[in-house]
Design a protein around this ligand. Structure first.
Ligand SMILES: *Cc1c(COP(=O)(O)O)cnc(C)c1O
Length: 432
């Protein structure tokens, strides 16, 4: 992990994390704006400036707050949202609606209405009934909505045939299936209130190899050709989703964006030249890779329990409620003592959370300097899917979030108060 140390303290984007813990309390999420911007600039340089007619839409579920929306907007990028809440956050941040696309395998009627009313740029259709729904709502409001179809590209990867021989078991996307997909494309091309642009896929997340992306690009390109052959219709946009992996521990080696994007674009450009297509717009939706490594979490160590010959548990003042990924899918993290950042590790401990779940273990078997109650534990790479998956389990408060840049810190989410945790609760009269 890349970090700097001053006076024995972990420094994050110029800020002393021990001071941040004192000023804002713990648990605390700390995001480096500089690191977020470096990723955005990498995308700008190696994708947006390098290729024509391409766009980046930040997948906001990774970390969706007003301040984050502003950082994305300032870079000129687009935004991908999945729910009314994410759309609301973006709109409240003043994000231009035409630069927002909405995804989701089960958009509610209210969400589709909200999207159309705000005038979002794209609706990514993910289920069969959506075409009719969007068409009728758009007509009611006198609008034309641009749509893409999310496909499940794993289908028939080996054969490249569109005749379904078995669909990948997925809740996402429209199966690439003769009876389902093409009639729906035809319907979307003809439907009033809808402009059918093309296809979308998202192959997965935290990927370090580009095979899945490349295979899916080939399928999307074949579909583009199929649509021209069958309907004499030009697909004008393809969306290749996100999924680019990041470093959580020293075992992970993050690939630069170009490792994925250059061969993807090469396939698009070669295909278009060979088949006589104008290059469609190409959109990508990175989420995790923009924010994960820029974010750390700070916790204060409390109880320390030594089980001789077994293990030593050091407990933090948070855990699965602010980072559920270890409990949810055995995600691995690493961290250091922020107040002893210059000391050599001398003992092996297991960092555990304070929630009532035995899976609430943040890091197993981590080497740290001599741990004492009151030390500040910093977990690296918690910027994506940490805050956004935080819960009130055990009625623990959602932590505050601080944005730091070159030595300046600003609170961007206040710590939830005890009052706020019960403010929506209602006590019926008969129970009073
Ligand atoms: C989650 C998601 C993304 C972002 O994935 P990352 O792994 O965070 O880059 C992009 N597009 C869609 C449709 C998603 O569901």
């Amino acid at each position: 992990m890349d970090y700097t140390v001053e006076n024995g303290h972990l420094i994050w984007d110029g800020c002393d994390t021990v001071e941040l813990a004192k000023e804002y309390g713990t648990p605390l999420y700390v995001f480096s704006q500089t690191m977020i911007e470096e990723r955005l600039q990498e995308l700008q340089r190696d994708f947006v400036d390098k290729y024509e007619n391409v766009r980046v839409a930040y997948a906001s579920k990774a970390f969706s707050t007003l301040a984050m929306m502003k950082i994305i907007e300032k870079q000129g990028f687009c935004l991908e949202v999945l729910s009314d809440g994410e759309l609301h956050t973006a709109i409240q941040a003043g994000f231009p609606a035409e630069k927002i696309e909405i995804n989701g395998n089960n958009k509610s009627l209210a969400e589709v209405e909200m999207a159309i009313e705000h005038g979002v740029g794209r609706i990514i259709v993910d289920s069969l009934h959506e075409v009719d729904l969007i068409s009728s709502l758009a007509q009611e409001k006198g609008k034309t909505i641009q749509v893409l179809f999310r496909i499940t590209p794993e289908v028939n990867v080996a054969t490249h045939s569109f005749i379904s021989t078995g669909q990948k078991d997925s809740k996402f996307g429209i199966p690439i299936n003769e009876e389902i997909l093409f009639p729906l494309v035809k319907k979307a091309i003809q439907a009033k209130g809808i402009e059918f642009l093309g296809f979308h896929f998202h192959v997965g997340s935290q990927l370090f190899e580009n095979e899945a992306h490349l295979g899916a690009v080939d399928i999307a390109l074949d579909l583009m050709k199929e649509v021209r052959t069958r309907f004499d219709y030009a697909v004008s946009e393809l969306n290749f989703g996100g999924g680019y992996g990041v470093q959580y521990t020293d075992k992970d080696v993050r690939q630069p964006y170009s490792y994925f994007l250059d061969p993807m674009m090469e396939r698009v450009l070669n295909f278009c030249e060979r088949e006589g297509f104008t290059q469609p717009a190409v959109v990508i939706e990175p989420g995790r890779s923009i924010v994960a490594e820029a974010g750390i979490s700070l916790h204060t160590i409390g109880a320390i329990k030594e089980l001789p010959e077994i293990r030593k548990y050091v407990s933090i003042d948070g855990g699965m409620t602010d980072n559920i990924r270890p409990g949810l899918y055995d995600a691995e993290y690493t961290g250091i003592l922020a107040n002893k950042a210059d000391q050599a590790p001398i003992e092996t401990v297991t960092v555990s959370g304070k929630a009532c779940e035995s899976t609430d273990i943040l890091v197993k078997d981590l080497k740290l300097p001599a741990v004492e109650s009151g030390d500040i534990f910093a977990t690296f790479s918690t910027g994506a899917y940490g805050y956004s998956m935080a819960s009130n389990y055990n009625k623990l408060a959602i932590p505050a979030v601080v944005l730091v840049k070159e030595g300046q810190s600003n609170l961007i989410v206040k710590r939830q108060s005890l009052e706020q945790m019960i403010e929506n609760e209602v006590l019926p009269d008969y129970l009073k």
